[in-house]
Design a protein around this ligand. Sequence first.
Ligand code: ZN
Ligand code: ZN
Length: 409
Amino acid sequence: MNETKLKKYAELLVRSGGNVQKGQLVVVTCAVDDAHFGRMVQKAAYEAGASEVRMDWYDDQSTRTTYICGADEIFDSFPQWRVDKLKEQDDRGAVYLHVRSSDPDVLAGVDADRLRRATKTSREATKEHTRLTMGSFLRWSIIATPSVAWAKKMFPELSQEEAVARLWEYLLKGARADGADPVADWDKHKKSFDERLNFLNGKKFDSLRITTGLGTNITIGLAKNHVWEGGGDKDKNGVPFFPNMPTEEIFTMPDRLRAQGRVVASMPLSYQGNLIEGFEMTFKDGKVQAFSADKNQQALANIIEIDEGGGRLGEVAIVSNASPIGKMNTLFYNTLFDENASSHLALGKAYPKNIEGGDELSTEEFIAAGGNDSLIHVDFMFGTADMCIVGIDGNGDETEFYKNGEFVF
Ligand code: ZN
Ligand code: ZN
């Protein structure tokens, strides 16, 4: 990929994504294999006025090695210094910029129980940091860059070099970052969300009935006072940012107790190095009652059974099939991209911002208001070209606002 395009992509992350302000601490997480791009992000953040830009380098392969070779007990503890480090950064109002180039298969074959325990331990230890980021007290943003392994998985027929170049093309296109002025393009993109958000927030639907030709037929109760969000976010000081780049979804909060029916996934789910394929779930009173998968059912069980909220919904998101990623019709093995290709649901924790005043609620109050709490939040795709969505209001009146994979307005 040429340097000018890379530089623009780095600037997009810094300016539109994290919206770095003068004098701020910025923390960049980036793979060691991707150091060239990581350094560009660091430079762009300084140019935007950051006072300090810390680099948190990671390496998927050494993470894998530890999962395989580490002593068993290390997966049940999380170092306090890492908690303290996050706290120090959070207290300084850090902006977190994540450059992800993960190998989708890096954890394949790793002991599932170790993975489950390590996930649980780290999520529990970093709960406060998660509250601050998911609640938009801090700004953060994620973009993706190719790794060789990821590129080869998507384009096995190409040479390494060609595959990486091809994936770059796909990522920049999917992230609306391939034009002359990506920052301006994202300003325009942001405005396009407003009409749909206004419509849905005005309707205050009680529930949604969603059907697809694959066999999904589910009625999802929405939390009372739910808020539809999309097209970026604002932190507590009103500074806008984009947590995810790309983002094409409009999403809100299901009532954790009111999902009824069957959901059939429309795309495989890549979770911790396992590709869960051909899966479906049946919900009763908001909880998964039965589930099956043609492949890697155990990984699906690990999600659903991690805790009480793992088998309940935390998000319902609608995506138009005509988005740049939707049109590519490709599985990226990467949630950041795949969740913006297709309408999806999330198992696990709901976003407090998806309910009025949600950020001020304690966990107990949030749950009482219909919000789901869990250590995980895992999106899976169920949108199809023939998906239809009917909004049902408190009187039982129905409005079909999404038909055959598109919004009707
Ligand atoms: Zn989503
Ligand atoms: Zn999600």
